[in-house]
Design a protein around this ligand. Structure first.
Ligand code: ADP
Ligand code: ZN
Ligand code: ZN
Length: 750
């Protein structure tokens, strides 16, 4: 304790805490010598911060003698409380944090805001809620066998049957997964046919972990891949499982996970967007009789915390989640799998910006376990890593089930008359496939009715003043929505400028496409699947069921439809408009377009029926298109890598970007000029500076945005330059007048 005059005793400690503020430093506090909980790195604390109290994470503990901070030690404030009895994190996650802080040059508090489940970031207790388990009783079994359940009590009968199948019982927290209602269980409990037990975890039976599918014989390539990865289960190695769509990548993951679980270890599986691929989760649940938890944004904060804690305690053997599930503390990690590793959702584009794929490789190396990156259209980053021998490539070149090839057809739109964006050939193609009782998928990556609303009389168009880009017109809601900043307003029926009533939608979005297709094929059942039609939680699930059940003839959608779905009866995929994707200012645009075409095309040809892909474009001679169609993604990727090497662009070179924004342009430019001056002091380092220049979208939500790029073929020198200068940049007077950040390995504009 401090003495009354404010002096200190040397049994007190100085604690360095990461507090969630945008500053690249820790904050020091004192801890009273008689504080009842001993401090540990990785515990959460509450601390006074200005006039507030904030939650933070302990990152260093030192004695008074070792303290050399700016403030005299007796001026430091006291820690208010230590929230955790013990560190929440093991050594490898703490080490991973240290690595991220250094690599991403990010404020510690921001990084922890991403690592911690939000309940923990808010200071809530890291406590498991007790679960309970429902089991069928002997009496219940007899009732079921002896047909004692009333004839019309269908729910009771189904519930008993489900409990009878799951011999270890069903967790109360998972009743929804089995479609079981609590009220039914209460009725059954009243008859002593079921009972409820409060427990801490679902017991697992080691004799029967997997339900292997009948008569599935692994292909030779699958067997080879599984063998190669199995041999590396106890050591770090990144594998790129480059397998064409439907080549059985998921089957490879499942076999590896089985081995990992048998070793008593856990598997962490990252997927792009779990809400979009309910089938993936179902496949895992059908295969394994173990505790599988999910971590994604569709859960409540409390559910997320509970699942996170199950991963930490080891009660969950499989953790499936999106990007940030990578930061689950694991009791005994065995493997990390990233499915669709090329997917852009693995890059976090707000707050702490990181690449889950890159960080996963670092984490696995700290944990001494393998990482499997799976894709039919791998990122150039991963392919370059194969060339550098950092990643080992395993190929699955054949589809697992069907031998049928997918036939590509390019339709040159030049000089063609279109019916609402559809060429004659495509319309004929749709008719042909519908006649054959197959399903058709039409892909258009633009939701809404039309990207522009225009006055035919005076040329007025619907511009979002805050972003200087066009509002998208949504017909059903009659709204204008800015897809950039999210703002919206009622669509005018008269031109705001000349009062003409000739206000017309220009261009094509999914809503308008659905309307056009309905008019052309009035007897077909059509489903539009985009962010507007899938807001309801179970909507995507319902669509997927309807498609698989044959209730839909034509599916129209955005890239939500491109991801991982298995629709065996889709035989025609039409890409309505590839022009925007082919010509963009972003040097990565061809790579993204190639991935998209590969993924969308992969939705067809998944069964015994032959598949066809029709691509509409004005640029039919674009080299990427012919590479993808005639030689496949791998060939495209090779030449794309060559181009990047030649132009010294990432991933051949390494980049960082300063971005600043403010309501006025001048302070933004000033800050980036000042930053450039500081960086210029170290011209001995081989780093090229580009800019400041306007961002791709110069204005967003009323703020002007500029960028300054750093590029180098020498990654170490790039990071050295940032380490040498970040403090000075952060303390610039001009930094206080803008919002700014530094981004490592930046992608796109957001
Ligand atoms: P991917 O993950 O590469 O898209 P999947 O693992 O989903 O491929 O496999 C596509 C389909 O082929 C699935 O229905 C799967 O059950 C099936 N499948 C996978 N491996 C085999 C195999 N060796 N023999 C037969 N069918 C297989
Ligand atoms: Zn007008
Ligand atoms: Zn806007």
């Amino acid at each position: 304790m401090s003495k009354p005059n404010g002096s200190t005793t040397n049994h007190e400690k100085v604690i360095s805490v990461a507090v969630n503020v945008p500053l690249r430093r820790l904050f020091e506090y004192r801890l009273a010598a008689d504080y009842p909980i001993p401090p540990q790195v990785g515990q959460r604390v509450t601390v006074p911060f200005g006039k507030q109290t904030k939650t933070g994470v302990i990152l260093a503990i030192s004695s008074f003698e070792d303290y050399h901070g700016d403030l005299p030690v007796e001026k430091l404030k006291f820690i208010t409380s230590i929230l955790d009895e013990q560190s929440l994190f093991g050594p490898s996650l703490l080490k991973l944090y240290q690595w991220m802080e250094k690599y991403y040059h990010a404020p510690p508090g921001e990084i922890w805001q991403t690592i911690l489940p939000s309940e923990l970031a808010k200071g809530k207790p890291a406590e498991r809620s007790r679960d309970s388990i429902w089991q069928i009783t002997q009496q219940g079994r007899e009732a079921l066998a002896g047909n004692q359940v009333a004839k019309n009590a269908i729910k009771q009968k189904l519930t008993l049957a489900k409990l009878n199948e799951n011999r270890h019982g069903i967790l109360h927290s998972r009743l929804a997964d089995y479609d079981i209602q609590y009220t039914t269980l209460k009725t059954l409990a009243g008859k002593n046919w079921v009972l409820r037990d409060f427990i801490d975890a679902l017991p697992i039976a080691h004799d029967q972990i997997t339900n292997l599918p009948n008569n599935l014989v692994l292909t030779e390539q699958q067997t080879k891949a599984i063998q190669a990865i199995s041999q590396s289960l106890e050591q770090y190695q990144t594998f790129l499982l480059f397998g064409v769509t439907a080549s059985g990548k998921t089957e490879v993951y499942l076999r590896l996970i089985e081995q990992v679980i048998l070793q008593g270890k856990q598997a962490l599986v990252l997927v792009p967007e779990i809400g979009l691929t309910p089938q993936t989760l179902k496949r895992f649940k059908d295969r394994f009789n173990v505790n599988i938890v999910v971590l994604h944004s569709g859960l409540t904060d409390q559910q997320r915390l509970q699942n996170w804690l199950q991963a930490k305690s080891g009660d969950a053997q499989i953790i499936i989640g999106t990007r940030s599930a990578l930061f689950s503390e694991l009791f005994s990690p065995g493997i990390i799998i990233i499915d669709e590793e090329h997917d852009q959702s693995f890059r976090q584009q707000q707050g702490f910006r990181y690449s889950a794929r890159d960080v996963a490789m670092v984490r696995a190396s700290f944990e001494n376990i393998p990482v499997v990156l799976g894709s039919a259209s791998p990122s150039l980053e991963s392919l370059i890593n194969v060339d550098k021998n950092k990643v080992r490539r395993l190929d699955l070149t054949e589809k697992a089930q069907s031998q049928t090839d997918v036939k590509f057809r390019i339709i040159d739109l030049k000089k063609q008359s279109l019916i609402n964006g559809l060429s004659r050939d495509l319309i004929a193609g749709i008719r042909h496939h519908l006649d054959a009782k197959s399903q058709v998928l039409l892909f258009l990556n633009r939701r809404g009715y039309a990207p522009v609303l225009l006055c035919h009389e005076c040329g007025w168009s619907s511009l979002c003043q805050r972003c200087d880009i066009h509002y998208t017109y949504h017909h059903q809601s009659h709204y204008l929505q800015c897809h950039h900043c999210g703002s919206n307003r009622k669509a005018p029926t008269q031109c705001p400028q000349c009062q003409s009533e000739q206000v017309v939608p220009v261009g094509l979005g999914t809503e308008r496409l659905a309307e056009a297709v309905t008019a052309l094929f009035p007897d077909a059942k059509i489903a539009r699947i985009d962010r507007d039609t899938t807001r309801r939680k179970s909507a995507m699930n319902d669509y997927v069921d309807a498609i698989k059940g044959g209730e839909i003839d034509i599916l129209i959608g955005t890239q939500m439809l491109a991801k991982g779905h298995h629709f065996p009866n889709v035989t025609l995929v039409g890409l309505i408009d590839m022009d925007g994707a082919l010509y963009s200012a972003d040097f990565r645009a061809p790579e993204y377009a190639a991935q998209l075409i590969t993924q969308v095309s992969g939705r067809t040809g998944r069964s015994s029926k032959a598949g066809e892909v029709i691509i509409q474009t004005h640029h039919s001679d674009h080299p990427m298109l012919s590479q993808i169609i005639h030689s496949g993604y791998a060939t495209f990727a090779e030449s794309a890598i060559e181009e990047r090497v030649e132009a010294e662009l990432p991933p051949h070179s390494f980049a960082a970007m300063f971005q600043a924004e403010a309501p006025f342009v001048d302070p933004v430019k000033t800050f980036l000029q000042d930053t450039k001056q500081i960086l210029d002091r170290y011209s001995n380092l081989k780093v090229e500076l580009l800019g400041p220049c306007p961002a791709l979208y110069t204005k967003k939500a009323g703020k002007f945005r500029y960028q300054l790029f750093l590029q180098s073929v020498n990654r170490n020198q790039l990071h050295q330059l940032l380490s040498l200068t970040m403090n000075d940049i952060e303390s610039l007077a001009s930094a206080k007048k803008v919002r700014w950040r530094v981004e490592i390995d930046p992608v796109g504009d957001s």
